[in-house]
Design a protein around this ligand. Structure first.
Ligand code: 5GP
Ligand code: ZN
Length: 113
């Protein structure tokens, strides 16, 4: 059985898709924590950044390039934005398909909680 985000890739559950290329898909987060909040995922299932193999390093590059493209498309390029990857329980990861949060549209505080 495929995971939640694999189902979004397969279009078996709906999402507000904002960007797609051969490697990555991006859609708006269902519970946004900033005025603009999108998730960028690899189209292939990879549970988390810590599970990435050396062979998947090019895919990780594709994911960050896609996150940059999403930020540009959503109008965040000029004022700035934040990319976040949560990993594992202490990292706050709740969906176990690697995703990059693209957050922007307001000033973001540091450090995170
Ligand atoms: P994490 O906590 O794993 O880094 O982030 C998972 C994110 O996925 C959360 O921000 C959550 O709101 C989002 N999310 C969970 N389920 C869905 C869903 O069905 N659709 C969309 N678009 N986002 C989801
Ligand atoms: Zn998956």
């Amino acid at each position: 059985m495929s995971c939640l985000f694999c189902k979004i890739v397969e279009r078996s559950i709906p999402a507000d898709i904002v960007y797609e290329n051969d490697h990555a898909l991006a859609f708006r987060d269902i519970r946004p924590v900033a005025p603009t909040h999108a998730l960028v995922i690899p189209k292939v299932h990879l549970a988390c950044i810590h599970d990435a193999t050396p062979e998947q390093t090019p895919l990780l590059g594709e994911l960050f390039a896609a996150a940059r493209a999403v930020a540009e498309k959503l109008g965040l390029g000029e004022k700035g934005y934040r990319l976040v990857v949560n990993n594992g329980d202490d990292g706050g990861q709740t969906v176990h398909h690697l995703h990059v949060h693209v957050l922007g549209g307001r000033g973001l505080s540091w450090p995170p909680g």
